[in-house]
Design a binder for this molecule. Structure first.
Ligand code: ARG
Length: 569
């Protein structure tokens, strides 16, 4: 339980000893008042009692406050009745002792919750195997990964799932180009980029020769009929694409527990289409295509099987959605997918429910917006998409220059390791810090800055904390300080918030709460550091303890975002 809830619980216990409050639920009414002059926690319970007792809230508050006796362990130094409320003021000396003790004891677990039984699968990233990932995939991947970390930290059993689009017309186009121009060549560049270039080539060639689209469709038909020649090329190209994609995941330190492939769900999907027909939830059109009738449920009807019997995106998603519950026995299923597929996923979830899967009501879509660049709109077909690998390299280059300037004596290898961590941290942070449904305006020169609301700034805050602790040499942990400054109080208050923020980020599926929080925490730490000398002070031991605790909390926050901390910057 977090510190604040524990205080509220203890307060309730003592307050319930007063007969008027014996049967009241007080804990929920204890809130942080809008002004610090009203204390640190305040209850409006007397307004509720006023109706029952036919007295004014003011009168009741006065009466009650005369009877309150708080046990010593509760970090409250005074309380008073005011305008019908009862306000409690923290005893910051005790509170700071309690907070620092908790953080230094729990360390990397501070902010986490007890193990829960519930199993959650989070599907994210989902690139197709016809090209390398672009910066939009990066946003999806980092959102999904940080959400997984946060939910795991909150005690859930998490399965991280990828769903790779390895069939469809986009793949057929690549196969066609390889047949026409590949000459059995092997990739001479990162293999997913090699595949991506074939895809761009198709779009260029198709402009000159519109028949190519028909030819690609023919390849898709042959693929579905399991034509040996096509399957052989399909396998080879798919392997190359996966090899390249996995290399990027490794670089980013992103891991999945399961990889699902679209190609695995075609047959099963068609079975579910049959079941929907049997249940009269879907009907066949004259040409043989199948339509699911969803209007009754307030959703647009939709085709779920093509006239020629081939599977659609929908067909496969039905089977995937059901498999997640059946085979993996999960209790909740989260899909990190772009906002433009909101309606589409509602249809899928509805069909899963209509097929009799009760847990369909535990399917959630986490939608997210676009990543916009100063250069304007991008498209992988035209070949002007900003590729994830390339962006990382550019950011690394910018980071390297800064690291070099700050630490001219480091070896090239050290500078390399540091710049890599900074580049990845900058990219992750910039894409996660924006609320998911909003578009991100991405500017590489801004996100790599060492100051402002950036990943590198937060990494730097931690690096500096570590160097303060190192420089201090001999000191011992001291949790107590009788005369806390206002900056110290503010910092303590912020440190207490972390577990509450984690809980909220996990229940709202909003990893950016963690970004906002650690940014504010770092800012408050800086204010403290500027106002209160640490090493050259009588409070040295206490202030170093406070500094250390802050470092732990920033690090825990960065961990949840998947951001590593370099040892120098
Ligand atoms: N690969 C798909 C795309 O490129 C995204 C898959 C989303 N997940 C799903 N279960 N439909 O749009």
């Amino acid at each position: 339980m977090n510190i604040l809830d524990k205080i509220k619980q203890d307060l309730e216990k003592d307050l319930k000893k007063i007969s008027l409050l014996k049967h009241e639920n007080i804990q929920q009414t204890l809130r942080k008042p809008p002004q610090s002059s009203f204390g640190d926690l305040s209850t409006g319970i007397c307004f509720k009692l006023a109706k029952k007792l036919k007295k004014s809230p003011n009168q009741i508050a006065e009466e009650i406050s005369k009877k309150i006796k708080l046990s010593k362990k509760i970090p409250v130094s005074k309380f008073e009745a005011k305008d019908g409320y009862i306000n409690f003021f923290f005893d910051y000396e005790k509170l700071s002792e309690l907070t620092l003790k908790t953080i230094l004891k729990q360390k990397e677990k501070y902010g986490s919750s007890k193990k829960k039984k519930e199993k959650i699968m989070i599907e994210f990233s989902q690139p197709n195997t016809n090209k390398p990932m672009h910066i939009g995939h990066a946003r999806n991947t980092f959102l999904g990964d940080s959400l997984s970390n946060i939910l795991e930290f909150s005690g859930y059993k998490i399965t991280r799932a990828n769903y790779l689009g390895d069939t469809g017309l986009h793949i057929a186009k690549v196969i066609l180009m390889y047949k026409m121009f590949g000459k059995n060549k092997k990739p001479d560049i990162k293999p997913d980029h090699f595949i991506g270039n074939l895809y761009i080539k198709f779009e260029k060639e198709a402009k000159k020769n519109p028949d190519l689209t028909e030819e690609a469709k023919e390849i898709l038909r042959r693929y579905e009929q399991e034509d040996k020649e096509i399957i052989k090329i399909w396998k080879k190209l798919r392997e190359w694409a996966l090899k390249g994609l996995n290399e990027t995941y490794r670089r980013l330190k992103i891991k999945f527990d399961v990889d699902f492939f679209e190609s695995e769900f075609e047959k099963e999907g068609k079975e579910y289409v049959k079941k929907l027909l049997e249940k009269k939830i879907a009907h066949k059109l004259k040409d043989g295509a199948v339509v699911a009738d969803l209007e009754k449920y307030g959703l647009p009807s939709t085709i779920i099987l093509r006239a020629d019997g081939t599977a659609l995106y929908h067909t496969k998603d039905l089977a995937l959605g059901i498999k997640k519950f059946e085979k993996y026995k999960i209790d909740r299923s989260i899909y990190v997918v772009g906002s433009e597929q909101k309606m589409y996923l509602k249809q899928i979830f509805k069909m899963i429910e209509l097929l009799g899967y009760k847990k369909a009501n535990q399917c959630y879509h986490l939608p997210y917006g676009l990543v916009m660049l100063p250069e304007g709109k991008m498209s992988s077909r035209k070949g002007n998409a900003v590729l994830l690998d390339n962006m990382l390299n550019e950011l690394k280059h910018l980071a390297y220059k800064k690291v070099e300037k700050n630490n001219p004596n480091l070896s090239a290898q050290e500078k390399n390791i540091i710049s890599e961590k900074i580049a990845i941290g900058a990219l992750k942070y910039a894409l996660v810090k924006i609320s998911p449904e909003r578009n991100v305006l991405f500017n590489k020169k801004d996100v790599i800055k060492f100051e402002g609301n950036t990943g590198p700034y937060l990494q730097y805050s931690n690096v500096r904390i570590n160097s303060i602790l190192k420089k201090a040499k001999r000191w011992k942990q001291n949790l107590k300080n009788e005369k806390l400054t206002k900056q110290e109080k503010k910092l303590i208050n912020k440190l207490i918030e972390f577990p509450i923020v984690v809980e909220k980020a996990s229940s709202d599926y909003r990893p950016h709460y963690i970004c906002n929080y650690i940014y504010e925490l770092s800012t408050i730490f800086n204010e403290f550091y500027h106002a209160c000398p640490v090493i050259k002070s009588e409070q040295k031991d206490f202030r170093l303890t406070l500094t250390k605790a802050t470092g732990i909390v920033i690090e825990n926050g960065l961990n949840l975002l998947g951001i590593e901390i370099p040892n120098k910057m």
